[in-house]
Ligand binder design. Structure first.
Ligand code: NAG
Ligand code: NAG
Length: 206
């Protein structure tokens, strides 16, 4: 019985931060997400791009996604897979059922400028290099070269967790998303148009 209540509570906590049990609102001591924790700048960097798009909510940090992202970043770092084009398209995906964006940077640059800078550069590559190729009026079938962008701004992916890991010559950034994005048939509903007011910020970021 106790276990059942905990499970119900966890589900409710994801959407509201609170747990409704038999008419009593119980605030859990450690919610599984945090909307202000931003040590790597991952929330700020995602939201600055998401908010350029209409009806697109900001993301929060989901701790379990940080853990799974860290695990896979460490795996990539151990393999130190080369990604000569720097486009992340050569990196193999993990078997996660969540959304996943991958990026490889030069180790030296990430060490010199810091992990937050490294995350910021990857977000810029994912968004700025791909958004301009996205066809908003004919989003399907999806283009094979805009998947990172669409995952970043995907409306129902409102939880994210990113992690960084250093290999011998490369630094890997992994972001995991829930719910996962890039679902066939759902692009129109989940990739909002850029708003007219967002153009000046777009020019600033890209
Ligand atoms: C969320 O993150 C902030 C900033 O790191 C921290 O101060 C705060 O305690 C965290 N809140 C929870 C509920 O973990
Ligand atoms: C978008 O796709 C449609 C259909 O394939 C095409 O007619 C149109 O020219 C495309 N627009 C851009 C900006 O590429």
């Amino acid at each position: 019985m106790v276990l059942l209540l905990v499970a119900v509570c966890f589900t409710a906590t994801l959407s509201t931060g609170k747990c409704q049990t038999q008419g009593t609102v119980v605030t859990t001591s450690t919610p599984p997400f945090n909307c202000s924790a931003d040590d790597l700048g991952q929330i700020t960097e995602h939201n600055k791009f998401r908010l350029l798009h209409e009806k697109t909510a900001p993301v929060c940090l989901l701790h379990s996604l940080v853990s799974s992202a860290q695990k896979y970043a460490d795996t990539l770092a151990k393999l130190n897979i080369e990604d000569p084009q720097g486009t992340a398209r050569k990196l193999p995906h993990s078997s996660t059922n969540d959304g996943e964006n991958l990026c490889a940077m030069k180790l030296r640059s990430c060490k010199r400028n810091g992990e937050a800078w490294c995350v910021k550069m990857c977000l810029k590559i994912w968004y700025c290099a791909e958004e301009k190729h996205y066809n908003y009026s004919h989003p399907e079938p999806p283009s094979p070269i805009t998947g990172h962008f669409t995952q970043v701004v995907w409306k129902s992916s409102d939880m994210v967790g990113c992690a960084v890991s250093h290999g011998s010559t490369k630094t890997y950034v992994v972001c995991h998303y829930s719910w996962r994005g890039n679902i066939d048939g759902k692009y129109k509903a989940n990739v909002g148009m850029k708003t007219a007011e967002s153009q000046s910020n777009y020019d600033l970021y890209c």
